[in-house]
Structures are given as structure tokens and as C-alpha cells.
Design a protein around this ligand. Structure first.
Ligand code: TEU
Length: 552
């Protein structure tokens, strides 16, 4: 069957992490009433799609990624009635809505798990249970992403269960056909309601190596290559597609840790019946870290440029890129690849560094006003399960100062503080007591002030998105990087038979001299977007960005 769903290619998505987006009922927790209030705001950015991080009932150990009921909406977010209102409201405004599908694991509070631990059929084999070894030891040496080894002992069943994430996130046994039927029911339930697709959480981890062998190769993160892209993954994904997705016009965005473009093409190559429409790759996050977010190093522009260009060129003509710089799993970009000192300039430059690439851009809540990292003095203020494990159990011999600095640089909580709506109390996020800390800089960085300022980061995003929508060269033209050896500038063009777009991004707080690529006559080009008032000189100021358009 040939690929049918392509509407996402002309769209820009906005990601909502519900707890911190907007509180509509005053209980301190973001909710769907708040989302409803802000639908026109999202639309005003030029976004025509929303990805919701999980809204389902959950004990909240991993902020909703530990689901206890897949067929409902959490009361704290307003329940099903509020969701349907948002879904209809979005559709009325011409916006699509995609949900997070988290089926590598469920919460240990899910009914399936409660019955499975009691060996009540048909749930007995819904999870990955193994007896203790003769010496009482765990079944294999795999590590979890969040909390030590990937196994937890269950006193009731007297067996270990696998958890690749937190202890309260038990991995489903996808080899069990009944579990796959459950997944299909979940998909149909939401698609029949009118949802337009899914972002599939760590979906490449759902098939584990036969026999769950020990990992003797990896020094850390043991097991990664034994459960990522596992033996039956394609088979299960094809089953989901055949039994469900082929009957709907739905978009599938797959989250894929550790995927290279080559690996991604096994799933998204449009010439070969793809199982996914797009993939969330992690490499873009790796220009200031080694082996994942928790080994922070200074930002290196060469690495970012190489990654940007690699994904643009390797997928070109074969598959469609998902473009993003921020989401709920990584600290804020202004604080990492940009500069807090030049917050306004660098937020705009970072926007242009990816919004004009080929693919479908995603914007994470707060990114559009250039929100920055959060610097609490007390490690106990962190909420995230992964962050707390890293602080209390990893690198514990370092000085308290270094340990805290590591959280500032690496924690996901940096991107999870409430959206800064105004300079009012609690940044206008809630009239109650916020569930989490508000970044102290909300008086300087907030939506209300930026609405009134034509030169704000917010209005830069609006202009950039509008340009993208109006110019077919941005959506479909060829991508080319120039001056790849520049340690200060990232320069790229997009080109079709009629037009050529040039984007020059300075990633330095020093001056840099701008050059146009051969054949691009700046005197004939029109300056479409910039982040400094006067643009006469060829010397770029800190974090300057310019976007030029040339008619051929
Ligand atoms: O993230 C998967 C994932 O790989 C991240 O946990 C990543 O390792 C980490 O955030 C890097 O610091 C997805 C969700 O996006 C995340 O929020 C969930 O916690 C996780 O799956 C488990 O469901």
C-alpha cells in the first residue's frame, strides 16, 4: 500500500507539556481548560498542529509517562469533557491534534499490572516477568534509563519485572499477541474520537532480544543494543499499521533514541512502505554532550552543523525530517547553544537555524519567547525522577557545587518550569499555588510583554513561520550548507527553480564577517528577517541572524 498521509509536511507543530502550560481552574496544575483558553494564541503563532505530552490518568512518577489508564483523560487535566472541547476547538481552527502513545511500559498502578502480579489471566504474561537467579540475583545485567538496573522485585508475585525507565514503569511484553491487541484498541479508541495521529514514545524499544541475554559489550547503559530496534520490532509495527493505521489518515511520529539517519530510513523511507511518517532523532541535542544528556561539555558549533546537515542530506528525497531544537526532555536551548546574556538575539538566531530547514518543525512551549534554564540552589527542588536519581546516586563524590551545576546543565526540569505568560504573580500561569517553581526571570521574559513588542522573540517566531508558510522554497527547496569550516557561522541555503533563500546564523558573542555563497548576489536579494535594527554592515554582531531571499 502506498503512503497516503502527507498533510503534516506543510505544517508547524506546537508541543504542549500539560502540567506547565496553563492552569485554567486555579489548582496550580496546567490543564485542558488552560489549553482551551490558549488555542487562539497557538494558532496566532502560525502553528497548525498540537502534540500533547500524556494527558491520561497517571500516578505522575514520570509526569504522565507512567500511564494507569490509556482510555481516559486525567481528572487533574479536566477529564474527557475538557479534552473533547479542546479537540473540537483545535479542529474548528484548522489545527490537528496528536497524542502521546506510551506503550513500551505502563504504570505499575495500571489494572493490567495489578492483575499480572497476581497471575490473573489473561494478564499473567502482559509484562516481562522472570524468576530470581539461584542466588536471588536479577535475571540479566541490563540498566534502566532512570533508576539503576532494569529489574525490580515484586513481593506479591515473587518474581522480577523489567523496567527500562523508572521502577514504577513496568515494560509491557509486546511478544504477547494480547498486548498487541490492547495497543491496537488504544489506537482505534483515540483515532475514532478524531485524534489525528500519535507521537510514539520510545517505540523502538518494544521488542527485546530473545532470551534476554546479558550484555557483555556496553560499559554503561547495558542492554541498549539488545532492546533497541529489537528482533520483532518491524513485524509489530507492520501489524499496527496493517490492522489500524491503514484504515485512518493518521500521522505517526516515532521517538527513536540513538537513531542515525541510516537507521531511521529503515522506518521512514517513503519509497518502501514506511511504518512511521517521521522520527524524533536525538543527535541534535548532542552538540554539548557526550553519550547522552548527562555528560555535559561546552557547545561545539561544528558538531551541530554536521548533525543538521547530515539529517538534511541523508533523508533528502527519501524521507521527511522532523525538526526540533527543544522538548520536555532537554534543557533550554538559549542557555545551551545560545546565550542568556544575548537571550533575545540568540533565541531568534536559534529559531532561524532550524525553522528554514526541510521538514516539519516542532516548537516546544515557552521556546517561542526564548525561555531559559532554571537555577535552583537546593537539589531537593528538582522533581524529575531521572534528575533525582542522577543527583543522589551518580557522581556523588564530586563537590556539592559541581553536583548542583550538573543538574543546572543537564536536568529535564530546566525545560519544565511553567510557561511565563505575563509579569503578574506566578508568571500568570495560575491563580493558585503552582505545582512547580516558576523561573525567576518571568518579569523580563513573558508572553504579554512580547505581544506588545514588534521586535520580540515571539513576533520573530511568528514572522519566521509566516515566511515558511508563504514560500514554497522553504518547504520543498534543496538544502545546502556553506562555509562548513567556519567556527562562528552556520550558513545554509534553500533553493528551487524560482528562488533561493539564504540563512546566516552567528553562534558567537564576538563579531563575525558575513559572506554570501558564490552565486548569491546580496545586492539583488531582499532581507526577509533579521534580529538587529540596522543591517548595513557585513560584520555580524553577537548571535546575529539574517535571512535573505533572491528571485532567480
Ligand atoms: O523519553 C525517552 C528517552 O530516551 C528519555 O528518557 C531520555 O533518555 C532522557 O530524557 C534524556 O535525558 C521518553 C519521554 O519523552 C520521556 O519524557 C519519558 O520519561 C520516557 O520516554 C519514558 O516514557
Amino acid at each position: 500500500m502506498s503512503k497516503k498521509t502527507t498533510w503534516y509536511k506543510d505544517m508547524v507543530f506546537y508541543q504542549i507539556w500539560p502540567r506547565s502550560f496553563k492552569d485554567g481552574d486555579g489548582d496550580g496544575m496546567g490543564d485542558l481548560h488552560g489549553v482551551y483558553e490558549k488555542l487562539d494564541y497557538i494558532k496566532s503563532l502560525g502553528c497548525d498542529g498540537i502534540w500533547f505530552s500524556p494527558l491520561y490518568p497517571s500516578p505522575g512518577v514520570d509526569c504522565g509517562y507512567d500511564i494507569s489508564n490509556y482510555l481516559d483523560i486525567a481528572e487533574e487535566f479536566g477529564g474527557m469533557a475538557a479534552f473533547k472541547k479542546v479537540l473540537d476547538g483545535a479542529h474548528e481552527r484548522g489545527m490537528k491534534v496528536i497524542m502521546d502513545l506510551v506503550v513500551n511500559h505502563t504504570s505499575t498502578e495500571h489494572e493490567w499490572f495489578k492483575k499480572s502480579r497476581q497471575r490473573i489471566d489473561p494478564y499473567t504474561d502482559y509484562y516481562i516477568w522472570r524468576p530470581a537467579k539461584k542466588n536471588g540475583g536479577i535475571p540479566n545485567n541490563w540498566d534502566s534509563f532512570f533508576e539503576g538496573k532494569a529489574w525490580a522485585w515484586d513481593e506479591e508475585r515473587k518474581e522480577y519485572y523489567m523496567h527500562l525507565f523508572a521502577v514504577q514503569q513496568a515494560d509491557l511484553n509486546m511478544d504477547n499477541p494480547l498486548v498487541r491487541e490492547e495497543v491496537k484498541n488504544i489506537l482505534r479508541f483515540w483515532l475514532d474520537m478524531g485524534v489525528d495521529g500519535f507521537r510514539e514514545d520510545v517505540i523502538t524499544l518494544i521488542s527485546k532480544a530473545e532470551g534476554l541475554p546479558n550484555d557483555y559489550i556496553m560499559p554503561a547503559s547495558k542492554g541498549t543494543f539488545l532492546y533497541n530496534h529489537g528482533p520483532h520490532l518491524h513485524e509489530y509495527l507492520e501489524e499496527f499499521r496493517h490492522d489500524v493505521f491503514d484504515n485512518y489518515d493518521a500521522m505517526i511520529l516515532a521517538e527513536a533514541p540513538l537513531a542515525s539517519p541510516k537507521k531511521a530510513l529503515e522506518y521512514v523511507d517513503e519509497r518502501k512502505d514506511p511504518v512511521f511518517d517521521m522520527m524524533i532523532q536525538f543527535e541534535t541535542q548532542g552538540a554539548d554532550s557526550l553519550f547522552g544528556d548527562w555528560f555535559h561539555v561546552p557547545f561545539i558549533l561544528f558538531r551541530l552543523k554536521r548533525i543538521y546537515t547530515k539529517w538534511q542530506s541523508k533523508l533528502d528525497g527519501k524521507a521527511w525530517n522532523m525538526l526540533y531544537i527543544e522538548n520536555h526532555d532537554h534543557p533550554r536551548m538559549v542557555s545551551r547553544y545560545g546565550s542568556e546574556k544575548y537571550q533575545k538575539e540568540s533565541a531568534k538566531m536559534l529559531a532561524a537555524s532550524y525553522l528554514f530547514q526541510k521538514g516539519t518543525p516542532f516548537i516546544y512551549q515557552g521556546q517561542e519567547i526564548g525561555m531559559t534554564n532554571w537555577y535552583p540552589e537546593d537539589p531537593d527542588m528538582y522533581e524529575d525522577v531521572q534528575t533525582r536519581w542522577q543527583y543522589f546516586n551518580v557522581a556523588t563524590k564530586a563537590s556539592p557545587k559541581r553536583r548542583l551545576k550538573r543538574l543546572w546543565d543537564c536536568s529535564r526540569d530546566s525545560a519544565r518550569t511553567p510557561v511565563q505568560w505575563s509579569a503578574e504573580e506566578n508568571a500568570g500561569f495560575t491563580t493558585g499555588t503552582p505545582w512547580f517553581y516558576v523561573n525567576e526571570n518571568y518579569k523580563e521574559i513573558n508572553v504579554a510583554d512580547q505581544e506588545n513588542d514588534p521586535d520580540s522573540v515571539l513576533n520573530f517566531y511568528r514572522k519566521a513561520i509566516e515566511l515558511r508558510k508563504n514560500l514554497s522554497v522553504v518547504r520543498h527547496g534543496d538544502y545546502k550548507e556553506h562555509f562548513i569550516f567556519s567556527s562562528k557561522l552556520y550558513t545554509y541555503t534553500r533553493e528551487d527553480e524560482r528562488q533561493k533563500l539564504l540563512v546566516v546564523c552567528s553562534f558567537t558573542d564576538k563579531k563575525a564577517v558575513m559572506k554570501a555563497p558564490a552565486g548569491f548576489d546580496l545586492s539583488k536579494a531582499q532581507l526577509m528577517l533579521h534580529n538587529y535594527a540596522d543591517v548595513s554592515s557585513k560584520t555580524l554582531r553577537p548571535y546575529e541572524v539574517r535571512v535573505y531571499l533572491l528571485d532567480k
